[in-house]
Design a protein around this ligand. Sequence first.
Ligand code: SF4
Ligand code: SF4
Length: 209
Amino acid sequence: MSRLQFLAHVAENKCTGCKQCEFICPSGAIRMAEKRAKIDGDRCIDCQRCIDICKKENAISRAPRLSEVTRYVDHKNLDPEKVKTLCEKAGVLPDLPICGCSRTTGKETIAAILKGAKTPEDLCAMTGLRSGCGIYCMTKIFQAFEACGIDLEEPKDRRWIKLTISLDDLSEEKVVQIDKTFPQYHMGEDWRKLKNRAVTSVTKGSVHV
Ligand code: SF4
Ligand code: SF4
């Protein structure tokens, strides 16, 4: 669940139409029209990633909404047994958040898919999921769609890659490649910290990382 008081706003006279914001927006709220970025306020979750990526042109800012909106999908009018079974199939706990940023629970995620979410962007717009890092919840999102029988097609612009492996499973070569494509996620930095921590733990006689 997310409560939103702001949304992104584009100053069209500063926008160069570079599409970087469209590429990074997790909720699919940005589309290009007449070579300028346009924001769909019904999808924007105020994550501010577009503002960060547009630092040079400084074309995007936060604007107050006319009134606060809540992004939440209620599971109560759905069959509780069905929701529970799908949570189990997806490997998520119904009452625990699958996203540390929005605190969206397993059952809300499943409910959103049952109520029409077809892509990770739809899930984000409906629940606020992926509003922070946009990384750690992705595996659970893929599993939730799979459990509900939806075979996600990777977007052609590679805004996300359907991988369900953990950071620890990646080779250094792969991490360098991902770092080049998505420098904003600092994945190499995290991967090296994880590896160093593992080496330190083993040296100290512990197997925990
Ligand atoms: S990142 Fe900035 S300049 Fe580029 S399309 Fe978006 S608003 Fe326009
Ligand atoms: S959801 Fe985030 S990236 Fe997309 S328009 Fe809103 S603030 Fe920008």
